[in-house]
Design a protein around this ligand. Sequence first.
Ligand code: SF4
Ligand code: SF4
Length: 235
Amino acid sequence: MGKLYDELSKDIEIKHSMYACMDCGTCTALCAAAEFYDYSPREVMDIVQSRDDEKIKELISSNKIWYCGQCLSCKQRCPRGNNPGGVILALRRLSEKTGLFAESEKGRQQLIAKRLFGDNMLKRGYTLLATNPIPSHFPELGEDWEYYHEHIKEMREWWGVPMDLENSPGCHRMVPEKDMEELRAIYKATGAVDLMNKVEEGMAKKLGGKEEVEKFWQSYQDNVDSRLYKIKEKK
Ligand code: SF4
Ligand code: SF4
């Protein structure tokens, strides 16, 4: 047993999700992600149960832990009452805390999730804003979509779902500041804000500084594909 396993075992999700895996493979047989990716919840459970820090390190540095879609079908069917989807959540947290998420391509997408869904939650109280998808993200939608984006305020007023008004109908209302304060306090108390900071720090360390992180983010904004950003080889 090593430091990584010790840290992992403190996560409440491990306490609730990991009893004793008998390696039967039922979870992998029914897992939708296992059908499409090089991914197996049985293998994940086997690695965690081994308590081998080297194997855990390799796992949380890889794409594998990001393939799970959190459908929790595995939890329903496991004959031992395990919840591999919950174990995956704890592994993702450990990957972010240690900065190892930045070693994999799917892990690095956490920066995009943090800057979109995470920052939106802390600023506005919900995850995706109508202004986040820009025309270049959906060129196949053509001129009507560009027109909508340019005239979004007028059009939403016309539809009766105005933007940025406190407690107006629709998903672009302003959440009252006192409710926002409560929400931010929950994110802070539960450690979500710390995790978000870890994502920014881990990316800066991997890419070689905050300026590079901005270039990575811009590459996503311009192309909706962060893979086009090329990581500089360390000398
Ligand atoms: S987690 Fe459950 S279903 Fe999956 S291999 Fe272990 S015992 Fe079987
Ligand atoms: S929660 Fe994840 S591991 Fe479990 S069945 Fe769904 S996709 Fe597979």
